[in-house]
Write a protein that binds this ligand. Structure first.
Ligand code: HEC
Ligand code: HEC
Length: 209
């Protein structure tokens, strides 16, 4: 069983990673919105679903730009397996990704915010080191920033945690962290907690905020 100490070790690893990765290209949000045109077909429709397996397409508006870029690079390289997202990202250049990420995030990454006083279930105790009690993240400069998970679709969060747990989705930090959730019930509790937190995360809308 990993302890809170291990979570801090992981945090240390994530932080030292941030010193070795340089800043990436600045994105143009106006160009990014245009380049997102085909993406609206899934990410622009409220409660749109992936088929086989069935789960909600993730909300992307106001997600952290550096996380969006990292996710698209992982789909492009195949490190993160998903046939549709591989096809979607294969034709994007690094500049396209930076532009799309700048549009989706908006001018600033989401602020961590003050804890809301919600009761943190024990399944989530280690998660707050990086995602915060709010699921909006923490102030520490991690690159890429962990995803905003507050307000994300619960079934997408469950899908993501299950994929880290079984190693289909590879990430050194979350591969370890997901092992703390030892049953589907733990996964559901963690997903429900973060999905239920107040969040600016929304479905992207053409011309929308
Ligand atoms: C046919 C539907 C579809 C289209 C079109 C599509 N996506 Fe996706 N996208 C998905 C699904 C489903 C997932 C979740 C995949 C997974 O489980 O990893 C996803 C995941 C993502 C993620 C990761 C989100 C996260 O929280 O980790 C990003 C970023 C993303 N898509 C960006 C894009 C961009 C940019 C485009 C257009 C170039 C695009 N998508 C087009 C269905 C689609
Ligand atoms: C040491 C820092 C750290 C800790 C602790 C941590 N995470 Fe994460 N989390 C991350 C990072 C970094 C990512 C992005 C990984 C990637 O690119 O796949 C992430 C991604 C995720 C995602 C995927 C989001 C998406 O949009 O696809 C979920 C869900 C998640 N974490 C939930 C949790 C839960 C639940 C816990 C506690 C059991 C936890 N995390 C603990 C750093 C952390």
């Amino acid at each position: 069983m990993l302890s809170r100490l291990n979570a801090l070790t992981w945090l240390g690893a994530a932080l030292s990673l941030s010193w070795s990765i340089g800043a990436h290209a600045a994105g143009d949000p106006a160009l990014g919105e245009k380049k997102f045109y085909t993406c609206f077909g899934c990410h622009g429709i409220e409660n749109y679903r992936n088929a086989y397996p069935d789960y909600s397409v993730p909300k992307l508006r106001h997600q952290n730009a550096s996380y969006i870029v990292a996710a698209l690079q992982e789909y492009r390289s195949g490190e993160r397996p998903h046939a549709t997202m591989h096809a979607q990202s294969a034709s994007l250049s690094d500049q396209d990704m930076a532009d799309i990420a700048a549009y989706l995030q908006g001018p600033e990454p989401v602020k961590p915010g003050a804890p809301t006083g919600a009761t943190v279930p024990k399944q989530v105790a280690a998660c707050v080191a990086c995602h915060g009690e709010t699921g909006l993240g923490i102030e520490a400069p991690m690159t890429p920033k962990p995803a905003v998970i507050a307000g994300q679709h619960i079934d997408y969060l469950e899908q993501a945690l299950t994929s880290y747990h079984n190693g289909r989705r590879k990430n050194v930090v979350m591969g370890g962290m997901s092992q703390l959730l030892t049953s589907p019930e733990d996964v559901r509790i963690a997903a429900a907690y973060f999905a239920g937190q107040p969040s600016p995360l929304t479905t992207a809308k053409v011309g929308g905020k």
